[in-house]
Design a binder for this molecule. Structure first.
Ligand SMILES: [Zn+2]
Length: 262
């Protein structure tokens, strides 16, 4: 941002031009876009793990060793995050991203969030790297199910897959659990096609998410960053828009529309 204070306006114009002129735009989002929907982050000040401590690194192994115990724990009183997830609504930024998809600019979205907010806003083409807290998944055949589709009987745990009788768990990817390979494959396939990536609400420090913006850059593509803060990606980005996701995205998309119809 330049010292005259016009840097932000200039970066916005640049972002609009990049979105319009690029051949294949994808996006990646992280926890920062959900904070404005009332979902507390895991890390940092006020984060759930800062307050309650990080979960053990072997949650998945514990689940595999004792799926019944895992489910008994899940069916107890809901945790702070479960309550926040149940109440959260998509914000204006989620809606703007849906619009960007509908006008044919945004081809795909990779999200690190488990909160279902992009889907709830109406987003169609997305890969949820860390799963979706509103869904359940069979560990044998990888099918995903709405919670209502699975019988959860407290006297007969763990619940079983209606398709293959495999053990069912939350779709959320736990500590110690690999990202489902078919999801990762979609992320890599989309990233290879992209010549522009919009990265919002994430510093993309954790692999494999960190590799996607780097891949786009290495292949000569452009990066647009939307974040409240400067991040390690900022120096790599072609333009950085500093501010709340719920304000920046609607402004950005409005300007894209205006320019497209001009
Ligand atoms: Zn199954």
């Amino acid at each position: 941002m330049d010292k005259s204070g016009n840097g932000h306006v200039w970066a916005l114009d640049q972002a609009v031009d990049l979105l319009i002129s690029s051949r294949y735009v994808i996006a990646m989002t992280g926890a920062g876009v959900s904070v404005e929907s009332g979902i507390p982050p895991f890390r940092g000040p006020g984060g759930l793990w800062t307050k309650h401590g990080e979960p053990p690194m072997d949650v998945y192994q514990r689940f595999l060793a004792d799926p019944k115990g895992y489910w008994e724990e899940r069916l107890k009183a809901p945790s702070e995050i479960v309550q926040a997830l149940a109440q959260a609504q998509p914000n204006a930024g989620h809606a703007a991203m849906v619009e960007l998809e509908q006008i044919g600019i945004l081809r795909h979205l990779i999200t690190q969030n488990i909160d279902n907010l992009h889907r709830a806003a109406g987003h169609r083409r997305l890969a949820e790297m860390h799963g979706n807290a509103q869904l359940l998944r069979c560990i044998a055949c990888s099918q995903r199910f709405a919670k209502e589709a699975i019988t959860i009987a407290p006297h007969d745990l763990p619940p079983r897959c209606p398709a293959c009788h495999g053990i069912v768990k939350a779709d959320t990817v736990h500590f110690g659990e690999p990202i489902p390979p078919e999801v990762l494959e979609v992320c890599f396939r989309e990233t290879r096609q992209a010549d522009c990536m919009l990265v919002a609400g994430t510093s993309a420090l954790v692999y494999p998410a960190a590799s996607f913006p780097q891949m786009v850059k290495q292949r000569g593509g452009a990066l647009i960053e939307v974040n409240l803060y400067e991040t390690p990606l900022t120096t790599l980005a072609d333009c950085s828009l500093r501010g709340p996701f719920g304000e920046i995205l609607p402004t950005l998309v409005e300007q894209v529309r205006t320019k497209l119809t001009a």
